[in-house]
Design a protein. Structure first.
Length: 250
């Protein structure tokens, strides 16, 4: 009988040890996952900030170009060359910028950071031109973020665009400044984040258009679109959102 009690007591003790061990493992796993999530969120926030600053640096180029275009007497070709040289120099210093160019009020190429004089091109059908040419009612967009354009004829690298319009006091369109943003700049940055296999990242517009992703063709779902309603003005930070999917198992 005493042996039976000892066996029963041992089994109870063993079960208690297993239970405590399982609880310890569960808590350790929970702490590990919570720590991973916090690290993931912190790194994702840094990437969001980096992406916003990269876009805002490109936007600063647009503002400087618009200031130059506003002062430019287009009958002075020498001034046009000086503006183009400044465009080229500034674009060369920004790795995310694949080029800067200006259109006239009809959507024709006016200046190009890549060459001067630029070849005659009608770009009025591009989405970045239509965003400003096609404004017939309501406030014109401040900063327009265009769709992703894959590499192809006239486009050496995949990119998306940001653009701003120059208007006179009556709101009449005078010119459009455009910057091409290399999507590979963001894809490479996401790939170097070091989150390991299963981590997926993408950059979306507020209209849920994907601009960049890592790894390629990862099918990251766009985030819900909180913030301003359609038709309101947006800053670069408001117009771009990063979508982060954590590594599998987190």
């Amino acid at each position: 009988m005493q042996r039976a009690h000892l066996v029963a007591a041992f089994l109870t003790f063993a079960a208690l040890c297993v239970g405590v061990s399982a609880l310890s493992v569960s808590r350790d796993r929970h702490v590990t996952l919570e720590q991973a999530r916090r690290e993931f969120a912190a790194t994702a926030h840094l990437l969001d900030e980096h992406a916003s600053r990269a876009i805002e640096a490109g936007d600063a180029q647009l503002r400087m170009l618009l200031d130059a275009l506003e002062r430019w007497d287009r009958r002075d070709p020498a001034e046009g060359r000086r503006i183009q040289a400044a465009m080229h120099s500034r674009a060369e210093r920004l790795p995310q910028v694949g080029g800067v160019w200006a259109l006239d009020a009809q959507g024709r190429l006016l200046l190009d950071s890549a060459e001067h004089p630029p070849p005659p091109r009608d770009l009025s059908e591009r989405d970045y031109a239509q965003a400003h040419l096609g404004v017939t009612q309501g406030p014109p967009p401040a900063l327009h973020v265009g769709s992703y354009l894959p590499a192809g004829p006239g486009i050496s690298q995949g990119r998306f665009t940001i653009s701003r319009a120059l208007r006179d006091e009556e709101g009449t369109l005078q010119a459009i400044a455009v910057a091409g943003i290399r999507n590979t700049y963001f894809s490479q940055m996401y790939g170097e984040a070091g989150w390991g296999e299963g981590a997926r990242l993408a950059l979306f517009t507020s209209a849920k258009e994907k601009l960049a992703e890592w790894p390629p063709d990862s099918a990251v779902e766009p985030p819900p679109p909180p913030g301003p309603s359609p038709g309101t003005r947006r800053t670069a930070r408001q117009s771009l959102r990063a979508r982060r999917s954590p590594p599998r198992g987190c």
